[in-house]
Design a protein around this ligand. Structure first.
Ligand code: TXA
Ligand code: MG
Length: 325
């Protein structure tokens, strides 16, 4: 990492006192890790280019990979991004919630989002989060907050306070302890083009769900020019190799099972009752635990059962594939 462990990291409670302190730190240009309903994020004032620069440095993230701007409500969104009918419609249906929209940046906005937060693009990724702690923070500081997932670039995303602490203690100003994140995979990213929707990153809000609301989706083949910049590279990678679609693990492998862990097998179950939402919630934390175990036991790999490719299972499989690539 190119930033040394030199900071005293404050551990903040998720009540009003902790959130007030987090708000003061963000207003002063600092970095705070915080819980969202999807995954933990690393937040900073989106109007402060120095604070944004710190995000990139701390994560080891290439500066060409823009950040999602989080705001308190839909009115705020359309102060920084251009309105269109589809965007308004989607925002009233799905916000606050696990959705990110890629919109055109508003040119004459009074609120100046730092250029480096958007990697100089003319589009802007925006999200109105639902997590009560994050909402309280957005309200208290009354700023747009740039907030990528709280992990080192390319490594496993974090969904537990403990994992954020072990990665970022000594590197950022504060961490809010908000317990585990309920959804467990990053927000669905949607781009609107010619009044059609394309999903750039699958998440809790699914293609099926969008179709059920009568949205028409652009076909995948035409998506080449609108891939999210950060989706180009391999991602979410543990240190131990992963093997996907495994029925029975090999001798020196750990198992990440979907359904109950078979007797005599070492590993973790994503969901004993075959529940995809529970599996998503446990995905990154289970991988982090197995990765640590594999290091201690010198296991060859983490073997993973087949995850059904429907609903939020599509997002789980997307992340697992990238973790292997
Ligand atoms: O659930 C989430 O979205 C979490 C929480 C913390 O809100 N955030 C998150 O941020 O996942 P991050 O930075 O890890 O992923 C953001 C993705 C990246 O792949 C980035 O390339 C893409 O959004 N992105 C940002 N701005 C974009 C833009 N203008 N056009 C296309 N993709 C964009
Ligand atoms: Mg990320």
């Amino acid at each position: 990492m190119n930033i040394s462990k030199i900071k005293k990291t404050e551990i903040l409670s998720n009540d009003d006192v902790g959130v007030k302190r987090a708000s003061d730190i963000i207003k002063a240009g600092g970095l705070v890790a915080l819980p969202t309903e999807t995954v933990y994020g690393l937040g900073a004032d989106a109007t402060n280019p120095k604070a944004i620069d710190l995000i990139y440095k701390t994560k080891g993230r290439p500066s060409i990979n823009p950040l999602i701007i989080h705001v308190f409500d839909n009115n705020y969104v359309f102060e920084i991004a251009d309105k269109n009918k589809l965007a308004e419609d989607l925002s009233s249906k799905f916000w606050p919630g696990p959705l990110t929209l890629i919109l055109n940046k508003k040119n004459n906005s009074k609120l100046k989002i730092a250029k480096n937060a958007l990697a100089d693009l003319s589009t802007i990724a925006v999200r109105v989060p639902a997590h009560p702690v994050f909402r309280n923070l957005l309200k208290k500081c009354n700023l747009p907050i740039a907030c990528p997932s709280a992990n080192f670039s390319g490594k496993l995303t974090t969904t537990r306070f403990e994992d954020v602490l072990s990665s970022f203690s000594g590197r950022i100003d504060a961490i809010i302890d908000g317990g585990p994140c309920p959804i467990g995979v990053e927000s669905t990213i949607i781009k609107i083009k010619n009044q059609k929707i394309s999903i750039l990153r699958p998440g809790k809000i699914t293609e099926e769900g969008l179709k059920a609301c009568n949205y028409s989706l652009q076909k995948k083949e035409n998506n080449k020019d609108i891939i999210a910049p950060g989706q180009l590279t391999s991602h979410y990678r543990p240190n131990t190799p992963l093997r996907l679609n495994v029925k029975k693990p090999k001798k020196n492998e750990l198992l990440l099972s979907f359904g109950p862990l078979p007797k005599g097998t070492t590993g973790i179950s994503l969901s004993e009752v075959f529940d995809l939402n529970e599996a998503a919630m446990n995905l990154y934390s289970s991988l982090a635990d197995l990765d640590e175990l594999a290091l201690i036991n010198s296991n060859d790999a983490i073997a993973i059962n087949t995850i059904p490719n429907s609903g939020i299972g599509i997002a789980i499989n997307d992340r697992l594939k990238r973790a292997c690539s």
